[in-house]
Design a protein around this ligand. Structure first.
Ligand code: MUC
Ligand code: MG
Length: 382
């Protein structure tokens, strides 16, 4: 009897189609990182349809083409269409571990592509069962998450104005400043100006995106400490684990590991080398919701604190991250899912609520959002 019910659920939730499209969304302003700058964000949107007709959406985000990571939207779309979708057709959507294994077998790395498909499966499966995806991921331990805002135009006056507007609207009170686009000395002048224009006690994180050498980090971190910076993200290149560990040992500010740890093995290597004491969780790195949750457990086992990272996702990709973040026993640093608010037009009409410095994920079935079909159509690349 139980078996028959199981089989029926497997049949009705079998994956019938996986469709993809590339979308290009304009940002509200120029966003500068150490090695690129963007005026629009490109995503691959995945739409999964199950045998019972239920649909689900997932998203792969990139930043400046294949720059932040090696995947581009063009490659992600091609690899989902050609390799991942055929590997999953007719498989039960509810067998998340099995579908993750099938995807790993079909492609190596391709973490954004796999995560986008898995996000769509959680959305569809949750809707088919009438359950929020958070329940399928272990259940919620928090209803809202503090969300920081990144200042990255490179123009200190504009950045001060933007920060003040966010504070006044009670949207964000913690900021991340992108460094490394300019020479370090110039960045220090900009940062000092910014920090001194913030209300006393404002928490400021800096993200160097690999731009510094060990020597530069040693030279400038004392200045960052004197300014009261609370966290330094990825100061050195990913391969420089020993050098980063030496920097971390000398630094009065915790170091956060971002690009240096995509896989669990890289995370373990960084953690064992004491190259960082905080880990930024991202689907682009872990390759799926389940794997990101496991990465959180590994980081936690090494005593690292956790930070909910982003890659400027729309509401679709942000919701997939937030579903996992909602279920983590620890999330000391909150999250940075400001992506939906830096797009001129988000891709969802409901699902996420930004209020009182936090973001709240809807508990509607699946990932909880309603796709804005008009916005999706308008942003689709022809
Ligand atoms: C990164 O390196 O953290 C996230 C926020 C932002 O401004 O850049 C991204 C990527
Ligand atoms: Mg980063």
């Amino acid at each position: 009897m139980v078996l028959e019910v199981d089989r029926q659920i497997d049949r009705s939730t079998a994956i019938k189609s996986i469709d993809t499209r590339i979308v290009d969304c304009v940002t509200t302003r120029r966003h500068k990182l150490s090695n690129t700058e963007i005026t629009h964000q490109s995503f691959v949107i995945v739409e999964v349809t199950l045998a019972d007709g239920t649909t689900g959406f997932g998203e792969a985000s990139t930043l400046g083409g294949p720059r932040w990571s090696e995947e581009s939207v063009e490659a992600i779309k091609a690899n989902i269409d050609t390799y991942l979708a055929p590997a999953l057709l007719d498989q039960p959507a509810l067998n998340f571990e099995a579908t993750a294994q099938r995807m790993k077998k079909a492609v190596s790395r391709n973490t954004s592509a796999r995560a986008a498909v898995e996000g769509a499966l959680y959305d569809a499966a949750g809707k088919a069962l009438g359950l929020p995806a958070t329940v399928l991921l272990g259940g919620r331990v928090r209803d809202k998450i503090e969300v920081l805002w990144a200042l990255a135009s490179g123009d200190a006056d504009q950045e001060i104005e933007e920060a003040h507007a966010k504070l006044a609207a009670r949207e964000h009170r913690r900021f991340k400043i992108k460094l490394g686009f300019f020479e370090p000395a110039q960045d220090m002048i900009r940062l000092r100006k910014l920090v001194s224009a913030m209300p006393q006690g404002t928490e400021v994180v800096v993200d160097v995106n690999q731009a510094w050498s060990e020597a530069t980090a040693i030279r400038y971190i004392p200045e960052l400490a004197e300014m009261g910076i609370v966290l330094i993200e990825q100061p050195l290149r990913p391969g420089l684990i020993d050098a980063t560990a030496r920097v971390a040992r000398r630094s009065a500010i915790p170091i956060m590991t971002d690009e240096a740890a995509f896989s669990t093995q890289e995370l373990v290597h960084n953690a064992q080398s004491a190259a960082g004491s905080v880990y930024s969780l991202k689907l682009v790195k872990s390759g799926g919701l389940l794997e990101m949750k496991r990465a959180a457990g590994v980081a936690q086992a090494f005593g690292m604190e956790l930070y909910g990272g982003c890659l400027l996702e729309s509401g679709i990709g942000a919701s997939a991250h937030l579903a996992v973040f909602s279920t983590l026993p620890q999330l000391e640093w909150g999250c940075e899912h400001f992506g939906p608010r830096i797009l001129k037009q988000d891709l969802i009409t409901s699902g996420l609520t930004f209020r009182d410095f936090h973001v709240e994920l809807s508990q509607a079935p699946g990932l909880g959002f309603t796709v804005d079909q008009d916005a999706l159509r308008d942003a689709t690349r022809r």
